[in-house]
Write a protein that binds this ligand. Structure first.
Ligand code: ADQ
Length: 484
């Protein structure tokens, strides 16, 4: 263990008696993700709760990730502490690593390419080398904590080389990998200069999980066309001399918890405040991280088109768009922010009246307790990403509705969620007129049709909830045989 310090709770070495353990007692789950849900951080997000529960359900485990700290100089060891059943192992990044690995290759290359935006990607070999070095260093740090019977679950595009680096350290136990974002078609991925290295590295995992069948199809086609992999009928691929299981595990939320939030005092208070402002007008809501994958300019344009073309709706409907900036230091996000300001200004300039503003655009986040109330107040949930791995906002909107008077979900056909939520009004987010038409349709929809569509959506959100996601992934991982 390199320079561990116990920040909170008991240090691992006390708990297990030693730091590098090969003696086997129980099979622990080891989660590796760029960010973790450390004590004190916001754990209310679906993913944070899901992974914490997964660790607890298996009688405890380790959660490895970046501490969130960026160091100018100093220690490159790990901080280790226990919180309940979970042992956190956190590593810092140096400033150069943060620039090359996180802001650079992960967010400025992989994120755009995997969201089909090759035009926005920066291809910087030096950034890739830093990304590879961080995956190598992090895997080395985690390896020191592993015991022979552990199972490892790696998350997302930050850690595409992590499994391979664990193998390089000598790890032979099972490795699962889950990609939260879309996997693009081979024609798009081929633009990435390092795609072959990434594919070879991924093949060192035993189970690779994607959000949708579309992603599984893209990955299978990529591996067979580019790397001569053989696809078996049982969901297995033979590639690079290894056998991998490849499957879709659609991520979900905890719908009962979200419905409870929507009934809570904070939700009612938030809805009450907004309700007084919009009075009896219909509310259309959008909630997204401010990201070019979310289709925000197209969405504002569609709302503008609706008002341009339907005089009767002016003064009768408002759009509330909540979009906190996520990575403002990256050029594309600054441009996006400026474009949204311009578009909202155009629509509001053209259509506002003394007592009505068509678009309320708030560049900040809100706690889930309040969001739940706003979702419930909204007659229409507008979820129109250009591409999205799944999109949990669509599921949260559904879970927050009142069964006897539910709102209407408008959903992009390019969100992973659309694969199983056909009862939404499915739209092509690039088709401005089509989205404007869907908003109008939603506003005019009969109560009977709203209820019928919502019941189908609610059943799906409950069926494929977050507990099912993690259990089905872990069950599949339990069945893969560790390589000899
Ligand atoms: P994200 O791109 O962040 O996640 P999404 O799944 O919609 O996309 O949202 C994650 C969470 O953030 C939701 O719980 C939502 O409530 C919250 N959130 C979003 N905007 C917010 C705002 N303005 N204020 C407060 N909270 C906000 C990535 C992938 C997705 C995939 C998830 C999970 O990009 O496709 O669904 O991981 O796998």
């Amino acid at each position: 263990m390199q320079g561990p310090s116990a920040a909170r709770g008991r240090p691992l070495s006390f708990r297990h008696g030693r730091s590098h353990l090969w003696a086997s007692d129980v099979s622990r789950l080891i989660v590796a993700s760029n960010r973790t849900a450390t004590p004190g951080a916001d754990r209310s997000g679906g993913l944070a709760v899901a992974l914490a529960d997964a660790l607890t359900e298996r009688g405890g485990g380790v959660w490895f990730g970046w501490s969130g700290e960026v160091l100018d100089h100093g220690s490159r060891g790990v901080r280790i502490f226990a919180d309940g059943d979970i042992d956190f192992v956190l590593a810092d990044l140096t400033r150069d690593e943060h620039a090359g690995y996180y802001l650079g290759y992960a967010n400025d290359t992989l994120w755009p390419v995997f969201h089909y935006r090759v035009d926005l990607a920066h291809f910087d070999e030096a950034a890739f080398e830093v990304y590879a070095a961080v995956n190598r260093r992090f895997a080395g740090l985690l390896f020191q904590q592993l015991r022979r019977d552990d199972i490892v679950w790696i998350h997302d595009y930050h850690f595409l080389l992590f499994g391979h680096e664990l193998r390089n350290n000598g790890w032979r136990g099972p490795i699962g990998f889950f990609l939260h974002i879309p996997f693009p078609p081979p024609e798009v991925l081929a633009a990435l200069p390092q795609h072959q290295r990434l594919a070879r590295a991924l093949a060192d995992c035993d189970l690779i999980g994607f959000q949708t069948k579309r992603d599984v199809g893209n990955f299978t086609r990529y591996m067979t066309e580019e790397h001569g992999a053989e696809a078996g009928e049982d969901g297995h691929l033979r590639a690079f001399g290894r056998k991998l299981r490849v499957e879709a595990f659609p991520i979900g939320i905890d719908p009962a918890e979200f419905a409870r939030l929507a009934d809570g005092a904070e939700a009612r208070e938030a809805a009450g405040r907004l309700g007084r402002l919009i009075e009896n007008r219909a509310l259309v809501i959008g909630v997204d991280r401010m990201d070019y994958s979310k289709g925000l300019p197209q969405r504002l344009e569609a709302f503008g088109r609706l008002l341009d073309e339907h005089e009767g709706l002016r003064g009768r409907v408002s759009l509330l768009q909540i979009a906190p900036p996520s990575r403002e230091n990256v050029h594309a996000y600054r441009e996006l922010r400026e474009e949204l300001d311009r578009l909202a200004g155009r629509v509001n300039g053209d259509h506002s009246d003394l007592d009505w503003v068509p678009i309320r655009y708030l560049a900040r986040g809100y706690p889930r307790e309040q969001l739940a109330g706003l979702y419930r107040l909204a007659r229409v949930g507008l979820v129109t990403p250009l591409h999205d791995g799944m999109n949990l906002v669509a599921k949260e909107y559904v879970a927050a509705q009142q069964p006897e008077d539910p709102g209407v979900l408008i959903l992009s056909e390019f969100a992973g969620a659309a694969e199983r939520m056909e009862a939404a009004l499915l739209v092509n987010p690039h088709d401005i007129g089509g989205v404007a038409g869907a908003i109008r349709h939603a506003l005019e929809m009969s109560l009977e049709e709203r209820i019928e569509r919502w019941q189908a959506l609610d059943a799906e959100v409950r069926r494929n909830d977050v507990a099912r996601w993690r259990r089905s992934f872990l069950d599949a991982l339990d069945t893969v045989r560790a390589p000899a």
